[in-house]
Design a protein around this ligand. Structure first.
Ligand SMILES: C[S@@+](CC[C@H](N)C(=O)[O-])C[C@H]1O[C@@H](n2cnc3c(N)ncnc32)[C@H](O)[C@@H]1O
Length: 533
């Protein structure tokens, strides 16, 4: 380990200790912690700091994260053969095959603060929740076991997301937003982690997605038919999707010769009693000039929907209600509200965004088989993109799996003529990146497979022949900090790939590949059990 690197690290940790508020760690404690760090064996510096930090942190406490590998960097390598730019190409997207931690570090060089929407669908940690020491009912509860990037213990799983979400946050633009799919096993834990990373004030919603219907066949008690999508913003967040408050078809009356819709003036539902809203209890004149007070659905004294100053007497229409009682209604004239009544609201419960069965059918229509086990339906991601992106947004999915986000984005660009750009990252496990994500996107853009195969989707849909994709692979290079020559050569390699990904980028001299692109330590491979007898 180079002395310079150790020194920098030590100074960084000392600085972190000094920055801890005195309310959490008093001056004497800080002094002691600094002494311990000063005397620590350089090889154990990170572990010792983590141990000290554990004594201090009041929020989440993690197992020690894998260290950054000190002699390896990951660079993106452009794969020309797989990249494609159709003749009518309007927009060039990118796919990255490889470990997303490394990909995110590379993307930060180009897109810090520039990504408008991130959607991720990480491993849910479902099976391991039961198997790796988190199931308190389990007899083999081995809480000391620490699995990382495989079957995760909860702390390992949170740690894995913690590292990536912190990088993701730095990628988000000021108005950016992140959506994270998750189910009941870890939702609560992920929510707390995200509160820490993005800030509780930036929590937007915990969306509920109905992922299947008729789940009662396989349930003992409650039919679990939903999952969640946690949503956090970076700062100022604005919903793009607008919903019409009044649908045109509801203007089915003619009042004073004009198309109109009427709405009961007496409040119904929650808070419809005089005692709930005393200021909304006041008389209006009925058609005979008599005072008329609001009545709640229960028959008790009620309240109006509007304050007196907001109620235009010219817009009151009297008619008998369903019980034959003469009742006042507010009149809305179509020509008065048309185009002015957009509201920026959407529901938090998604019941009509496709199911997991729909997602599997989509995969079958493209591959002819269930080529991928856990896809999301395109309509779910389409809905999120409609809510959170403008026609020029940059969108990232770093657990892209079969590439559903890519399909949803191309569909939305087609629907509204947008120029959204998409970056998909997925690892190479089980040939997912090349065999599923890439193949799916290629098929959607060309209407045929990479080997000329035909498939059902293309019989009913026009291929996205105006969308091109550059393909990159993460490549690990060994680089010692004092190997200046190799460092300069690799820097050129890095810049070349960055310029292909973002031709307009200007990296200047400030790119320090060693610090910016250092990898995580590779996962230690468990020795494989010997093959059968
Ligand atoms: C649940 S799937 C995502 C499915 C996707 N939403 C879809 O509709 O197809 C998660 C994907 O993330 C990939 N993945 C898991 N860990 C990763 C990592 N560290 N880096 C990159 N990809 C990873 C897995 O290979 C898997 O394909």
């Amino acid at each position: 380990m180079s002395q310079d690197f150790t020194h920098k690290k030590l100074e960084l940790y000392k600085q972190k200790i000094r920055e801890i508020p005195n309310t959490s760690f008093n001056a004497d404690q800080k002094k002691l912690a600094l002494e311990i760090l000063e005397k620590a064996d350089p090889h154990n510096l990170e572990a010792i700091f983590s141990l000290l930090a554990k004594r201090i942190e009041v929020g989440f406490v993690f197992d020690i994260a894998p260290e950054v590998q000190q002699d390896a960097i990951c660079l993106l390598k452009h794969n020309k053969e797989l990249s494609f730019t159709p003749a009518l190409c309007q927009q060039q997207h990118a796919m990255i095959f490889g470990e997303n931690y490394d990909a995110l570090k590379n993307l930060l060089v180009l897109y810090r603060g520039k990504v408008d929407c991130i959607y991720i669908d990480p491993p849910y940690n479902t099976e391991s929740t039961k198997q790796d020491g988190n199931d308190y009912k389990s007899e083999q509860n081995s809480s000391g076991k620490f699995g990382y990037r495989d079957k995760f213990m909860r702390t390992g799983w949170l740690n894995m997301l913690n590292e990536r979400l912190k990088l993701a946050k730095d990628l988000l633009s000021d108005r950016g937003v992140i959506f994270i799919s998750i189910d009941d096993s870890e939702q609560a834990y992920l929510k707390v982690l995200c509160d820490e990373i993005f800030g509780e004030g930036n929590f937007v919603a915990n969306l509920v997605w109905q992922k299947k219907k008729g789940g009662s066949q396989d349930s003992q008690d409650f039919a679990k038919e939903h999952e969640y999508i946690l949503c956090y913003s970076k700062g100022t967040w604005e919903i793009y999707e607008q919903t019409q408050r009044h649908e045109e078809k509801d203007f089915n009356k003619t009042i004073d010769g004009k198309r109109a819709k009427i709405l009961k003036l007496e409040k119904w539902g929650n808070h419809s009693l005089r005692t709930d809203r005393p200021t909304l209890y006041y008389p209006i004149k009925d058609p005979n000039g008599q005072d008329f007070y609001p009545i709640a659905p229960s028959g008790a004294e009620g309240c109006w929907r509007k304050k007196p100053e907001n109620l235009d007497p010219e817009h009151i229409f009297w008619q008998e209600d369903s019980k034959g009682r003469l009742t006042p209604y507010e009149v809305l004239y179509f020509e008065e509200v048309q185009g002015k009544d957009k509201i920026i609201k959407t529901r938090t419960i998604f019941t009509d965004c496709g199911t997991t069965t729909d997602a599997t059918k989509e995969i079958q229509a493209i591959f002819g088989t269930k080529a991928f086990a856990t896809p999301k339906p395109t309509s779910l991601i389409l809905k999120l993109l409609k809510i959170a992106t403008s026609p020029n947004s940059l969108v990232l999915d770093f657990y892209a799996g079969s590439g559903t986000t890519g399909q949803a984005l191309m569909e939305l660009n087609r629907e509204d003529g947008g120029n959204r750009r998409c970056i998909l990252v997925t690892n190479t496990e089980n040939n997912i990146a090349r065999g599923v994500m890439y193949e799916r996107i290629y098929r959607l853009c060309y209407g045929k497979g990479t080997k000329g195969e035909s498939f059902a989707w293309a019989d009913k849909n026009e291929p996205f022949s105006d969308q091109g994709w550059e393909v990159f692979e993460g490549q690990t290079h060994h680089l010692k900090i004092d190997d200046y020559e190799t460092g300069e050569r690799l820097k050129e390699v890095a810049i070349k790939a960055f310029k292909t990904l973002e031709p307009s980028c200007d990296l200047g001299d400030e790119l320090n590949i060693y610090y910016t692109l250092s990898c995580l330590n590779p996962q230690k491979q468990e020795p494989k059990p010997p093959k059968g007898p």
